[in-house]
Ligand binder design. Sequence first.
Ligand SMILES: Cc1cc2nc3c(=O)[nH]c(=O)nc-3n(C[C@H](O)[C@H](O)[C@H](O)COP(=O)(O)OP(=O)(O)OC[C@H]3O[C@@H](n4cnc5c(N)ncnc54)[C@H](O)[C@@H]3O)c2cc1C
Length: 207
Amino acid sequence: METPQARLTLTIDERIDEPGNIARVRLCAADGAPLPPFTAGAHLDVHIRDADIDLWRQYSLCSDPAETAFYEIGVLRDPNSRGGSETLHRIVRTGGTLEVEGPKNHFPLNEAAPQSLLFGGGIGVTPMIAMARRLRALGQDFTLHYCTRSREVTAFRDALAAAGLAEAVVYHPTTTRRPGSIWMPCWPRPMPGSTSMCAARRASWTG
Ligand SMILES: Cc1cc2nc3c(=O)[nH]c(=O)nc-3n(C[C@H](O)[C@H](O)[C@H](O)COP(=O)(O)OP(=O)(O)OC[C@H]3O[C@@H](n4cnc5c(N)ncnc54)[C@H](O)[C@@H]3O)c2cc1C
């Protein structure tokens, strides 16, 4: 379980700039101690400070919930940012520190589901990556549907492959859809998702 409201100053172990203006940031304890555990879907509250910026923003954990040596988050630089993501992109450097609170989980995974269809659009994929890692560890049946603009701006592809999840991901690039194509979900109450998946698969690529 998460340790609620734990405030930690973590060391930035690594920053990897992913396609699509996303920074993947790995955080660990300065002394290498194990970090508080988290469950898939959890996020950190990150304290962002620089000059006149003093903000808290939330970032989902995309690392493996079984991993206690480090946390990993992905931060999209929002072009309309009032400071949070723009500042993080500017100040986050390997060897620096970040103050965080959490982990906290307002988006828990149903680990007992016989089958899980995970959907992530753009940076919204971050909690889904942790969920996919967890479902794989549990041996559960799942597919991660990942919508991005194009293969070229798809972040986390290497991380997903390194985690052995490449085969579990169906990518849906929005820019290679034919002009005029639409997403047209339709389902009765007890059947969410099934029809929309037929439409989604038509515009997909794998790998
Ligand atoms: C649980 C949770 C998990 C999250 N996980 C992630 C994650 O994994 N990765 C990630 O990148 N982000 C994540 N976010 C979003 C993140 O917390 C920030 O909201 C995001 O980085 C934008 O912050 P910002 O300060 O750069 O932008 P903000 O200044 O907060 O602007 C965000 C948007 O608000 C609009 N806006 C700008 N100015 C105004 C205004 N004056 N009034 C109203 N609207 C305005 C703009 O359209 C802008 O795009 C998560 C949020 C939550 C709640």
